[in-house]
Design a protein around this ligand. Structure first.
Ligand SMILES: Cc1cc2nc3c(=O)[nH]c(=O)nc-3n(C[C@H](O)[C@H](O)[C@H](O)COP(=O)(O)O)c2cc1C
Length: 92
C-alpha cells in the first residue's frame, strides 16, 4: 500500500485480466504500515486497501491477509506469517 491505496499497477493488472480471473480462486494479501494501529484502522484497511482489490476480482476470493510493512524490509515474522498463510491456501 502506497499513499492510501494499492499500487496502480496492481489495480490495472486486475482490470486487464478480469476475464481470466472469473474462473480462478483468488487470495489477497496486502502489506501496509497502518495495521500497527490495530482495531482503530480495521475499517480503513478494509475499505481503502482491500476493497479496491476485491472490486476488481470477479471470481471467488478465498481469503485475505494483512501484513505489517514499514519503511525498509518486511520483518521475518511477517514473512513467516505469509508463508504459513500461503500453505494453508492449498487446502482450498
Ligand atoms: C512512499 C510510501 C507511502 C506509503 N503509504 C502508506 C499508506 O498510505 N498506508 C500504509 O498503511 N502504509 C503505507 N506505506 C507503508 C508500505 O505499505 C510498506 O512499507 C510496504 O512494505 C511497502 O511495500 P513494498 O515493501 O513492497 O514496497 C507507505 C510506504 C512508502 C514508502
Amino acid at each position: 500500500i502506497y499513499y492510501e491505496r494499492p499500487l496502480k499497477s496492481i489495480l490495472e493488472f486486475l482490470e486487464e485480466h478480469s476475464t481470466e480471473l472469473e474462473k480462478k480462486k483468488a487470495a489477497i494479501f496486502i502489506v501496509c504500515f497502518a495495521v500497527v494501529f490495530g482495531s482503530l484502522v480495521r475499517w480503513h484497511i478494509q475499505n481503502h486497501y482491500i476493497k479496491p482489490l476485491m472490486e476488481r476480482i470477479p471470481g471467488e476470493v478465498i481469503d485475505t491477509l494483512v501484513l505489517r510493512g514499514g519503511i525498509g524490509n518486511v520483518s521475518e515474522d511477517e514473512i513467516g506469517k505469509a508463508k504459513r498463510w500461503a500453505i494453508g491456501l492449498l487446502d482450498f
